[in-house]
Design a protein around this ligand. Structure first.
Ligand SMILES: Nc1ncnc2c1ncn2[C@@H]1O[C@H](COP(=O)(O)OP(=O)(O)OP(=O)(O)O)[C@@H](O)[C@H]1O
Length: 221
C-alpha cells in the first residue's frame, strides 16, 4: 500500500476555465503548500478534497489516501481534518468538552478518553485548561486548542486553509512551528493553502500553484 495523499491527474474546471490541475503525492508528515492569487482555485481544491464541492465544478482524476480511492466517499468517511482561520470552538462547552467532542466514538472507555484529552492539552502546553471557558483564552491558546481538537479526531490527512492569517507576527511564528511540528510528529500528510510566503517557506515542502506550477521545491529533510 502507498501511504500518504495522492492527487492523480486531479483537474477541476468551472465552465471552460481550468482552475486546478495537479499530479502530486504528499507523504506522511510532509506539507505541500498551494499558493495563488485570490480566485485562483485554492478553496475549490480543498472543497473537492473534503468531498463537498459545489455542483458547478467539473472534477476529473483521482484522489487516494493511504491507497484508498476517495472518489465517491462522503466527507465523514474520508477522515480528512480541516483547520482554518476561524477556530469555531463551541462557546458553551469548556476546553475539555470541546476536545472530547472531537474524539471518535471508537475510542472507548472514560479513562482512555480522558487520558487522550489530557495528553492533547499537555502537547499544546495547556495543562490544567480543561475546565476553562474558551472565551477566557488568548488567541494563541484558542488556536492551539483548535489544532488539538482537529488532531484528536484522528484525521488521515490535514488541510490547512490560511490557518494563521488572524494572528499577529510573533504568534504566527509560534503557531506555525507548533502546527508544522505536530504534523511531522504525527506523520500526517498535509496541504497548506496560504497567501503568505513565510508560511510557505516555513512549511518546508514543495510550493505550487493550483495549476501545478512549482514555485519552490521541497527542502531536503
Ligand atoms: N460556488 C461557486 N459557484 C461558482 N463559482 C464559484 C463558486 N465558488 C467559487 N467560485 C469561483 O471559482 C474561482 C475559484 O474560487 P476559490 O474560492 O477557489 O479561489 P481562492 O483561490 O480560494 O481565492 P481566495 O484566496 O480569495 O480565497 C473564482 O473565480 C470564484 O469566483
Amino acid at each position: 500500500m502507498t501511504t500518504g495523499l495522492h492527487l492523480d491527474h486531479l483537474r477541476i474546471t468551472l465552465d471552460d476555465r481550468r482552475l486546478v490541475d495537479l499530479n502530486e503525492h504528499v507523504a506522511p508528515g510532509e506539507i505541500l503548500t498551494v499558493m495563488g492569487p485570490s480566485g485562483s482555485g485554492k478553496s475549490t481544491l480543498l472543497s473537492v478534497l473534503i468531498g463537498q464541492p459545489d455542483p458547478g465544478f467539473t472534477v476529473t482524476g483521482r484522489v487516494a489516501l493511504d491507497g484508498q480511492d476517495l472518489n465517491g466517499l462522503g466527507p465523514q468517511a474520508r477522515r480528512i481534518g480541516l483547520l482554518f482561520q476561524d477556530d469555531l470552538l463551541f462557546p458553551h462547552l469548556s476546553v475539555g468538552q470541546n476536545l472530547a467532542f472531537a474524539l471518535p466514538a471508537w475510542v472507548k472507555g472514560r479513562a482512555t478518553r480522558e487520558a487522550r484529552i489530557a495528553a492533547a492539552l499537555e502537547a499544546a502546553e495547556l495543562d490544567g485548561f480543561a475546565n476553562r471557558d474558551p472565551a477566557t483564552l488568548s488567541g494563541g491558546q484558542r488556536a492551539r486548542v483548535a489544532l488539538m481538537r482537529c488532531l484528536l479526531s484522528a484525521p488521515r490527512a490535514l488541510l490547512l486553509d490560511e490557518p494563521f492569517s488572524r494572528l499577529d507576527a510573533d504568534l504566527r511564528r509560534q503557531m506555525r512551528d507548533f502546527v508544522f511540528g505536530r504534523i511531522r510528529a504525527e506523520a500526517i500528510p498535509a496541504i497548506l493553502v496560504t497567501h503568505d510566503l513565510e508560511d510557505a517557506l516555513a512549511a518546508g515542502g514543495k510550493v505550487i500553484t493550483p495549476l501545478g506550477e512549482v514555485r519552490q521545491t521541497a527542502k531536503p529533510a
